[in-house]
Design a protein around this ligand. Structure first.
Ligand SMILES: Cc1cc2nc3c(=O)[nH]c(=O)nc-3n(C[C@H](O)[C@H](O)[C@H](O)COP(=O)(O)OP(=O)(O)OC[C@H]3O[C@@H](n4cnc5c(N)ncnc54)[C@H](O)[C@@H]3O)c2cc1C
Length: 413
């Protein structure tokens, strides 16, 4: 079967649908779909906080069933539990899961779309063969330990140290903004192994056991009220050398693989620009009578058009991007944040104060979470300014922006 074989894809879809329908009862899929429809919650950044243990167990269970049926990673290599098919087969499963109302697998996002690509491309065979099936089966939930209090946009400024100790390494430092860190089993940690080497050359990537002694995870509360991300303290954490991802000193290259994948997959159907969220927005506009207003009608049409264009761009083959290829993830991320802004802006405008005063009317105050969460997407996965720099430099070949003039006491006063 090839990626372009329509008949093959249709046969795969039929097989996947039959299997998913056979297990739907166990996951109360229809019930979950109804609950989701009836639930008042609508978030632009999914927040699985305290009290979500059952939900997490449910997702792990679903993922295990998918994996054992060869549906968790159809495009993955056979030796790691995949089926060696095209990426369009992954999309078929994602679409079916959404259509049949299975629970969202957002909690697995970081492990599957940020950690796994790095392991797949850069890890030694033993680590790769052990961890990829664990992540794809939902046995291991992953998190991304990149950002630090002094290293976000300037990621190569990470200061967390790893020092060699026998057949392993000892990690000490602090990470921040770690999404799902409180639920994670493993973390992909970018750390400094050679403080004397040039900034980009002195880093190495490790896979850290989040339950190891010395790992402390503390929640950070966001303005939405949720606590989906955390500070992570690494205090003399031992990591075996076998858990190194890529060569010593090549952490920057490994980070590039993870970040490229993160930016491309953030535009997927499970995210804020899902058909579900768009449908709910259209229904809201109509229910509040705003569809009769030509400005709102134009805005909802424009918003849908921008999402459809973004999805179409996401499906383009590598070759179609021309010189923008190396920056395609950044282009998609920019399109996504702009679409989310339009959605949040329209929701806020038609709701007015209904978004922020809970009158009990369904589907009103719920949008506050979406509106308040939207700005975070301008930062997550790398800020807009940094994406624009990447597009300018790597995509358009423009020169690096001039460094800001060093601030002196005189300049500041
Ligand atoms: C919802 C969410 C989830 C996240 N999850 C994770 C996670 O799981 N793991 C993780 O490691 N991190 C995570 N992050 C962190 C995210 O990657 C960082 O917030 C981001 O890279 C920006 O870094 P910073 O916050 O340190 O801001 P800074 O780097 O301090 O930037 C501050 C401002 O200065 C601008 N700026 C900085 N440098 C330049 C430049 N050269 N040119 C122009 N403008 C510039 C930035 O664009 C920004 O507006 C998450 C963030 C959010 C919001």
């Amino acid at each position: 079967m090839t990626e372009t074989s329509t008949a093959g894809l249709a046969a795969f879809r039929a097989e996947a649908e039959e299997f998913l329908r056979s297990i739907a009862g166990g996951f109360a899929a229809d019930e979950a779909a109804r609950a989701r429809r009836e639930s008042d919650r609508i978030a632009s950044v999914e927040e699985l906080g305290e009290g979500h243990e059952l939900q997490v167990e449910r997702v792990r269970n679903l993922q295990a069933r998918l994996f054992d049926a060869g549906l968790a990673w159809p495009s993955g290599p056979v030796d790691c539990g995949g089926r060696g098919l095209g990426r369009d087969h992954d999309q078929v499963v994602d679409d079916l899961l959404a259509e049949l109302g299975f629970p969202s697998r957002e909690v697995l996002f970081v492990g599957l779309h940020i950690v796994a690509p790095a392991l797949d491309r850069h890890a030694a065979p033993e680590l790769r063969a052990r961890m990829l099936p664990a992540l794809y089966r939902g046995d291991a939930i992953g998190c991304q330990l990149f950002s630090e209090p002094g290293a976000g946009s300037d990621l190569a400024g990470v200061a967390t140290r790893a020092v060699r100790d026998g057949d392993g390494w000892v990690l000490t430092g602090q990470k921040v903004w770690t999404s799902m860190g409180h639920l994670a089993d493993v973390g992909e940690a970018l750390v400094r192994t050679d403080p004397d080497a040039p900034k980009h050359a002195g880093m190495t990537m490790f896979l850290v056991d989040m339950r190891a002694p010395g790992v402390t995870v503390r929640p950070i509360r966001q303005m939405t009220g949720g606590a989906a991300f955390n500070e992570v303290f690494l205090d003399g954490v031992r990591v075996p050398d076998a858990h190194r991802i890529g060569a010593v000193g090549e952490g920057w290259k490994v980070a590039g693989t993870s970040l490229g994948s993160e930016r491309k997959t953030m535009v997927g159907d499970d995210g804020p620009v899902s058909p579900y969220a768009l449908g709910r927005l259209a229904a809201l506009v109509e229910r509040l009578g705003a569809a009769d207003d030509p400005v709102h009608r134009a805005e909802i049409a424009g918003t849908v058009a921008s999402v459809v264009a973004m999805k179409a761009a996401a499906e383009l083959p590598e070759g179609a991007w021309g010189s923008l290829g190396p920056a395609s993830g950044s282009v998609l991320k920019m399109l996504m944040t702009r679409a989310v802004d339009r959605m949040a802006g329209l929701a806020g405008e038609v709701l007015g104060e209904l978004a922020f005063t809970d009158s009990g009317e369904p589907d009103t105050h719920a949008w506050a979470e979406f509106v308040l969460g939207a700005p975070a997407l301008h930062l997550a996965g790398g800020t807009d300014e940094i994406q624009l720099n990447i597009i300018a430099q790597r995509g358009l070949g423009l020169p690096r922006p001039p460094k800001p003039a060093r601030q002196t006491t005189e300049a500041r006063s």
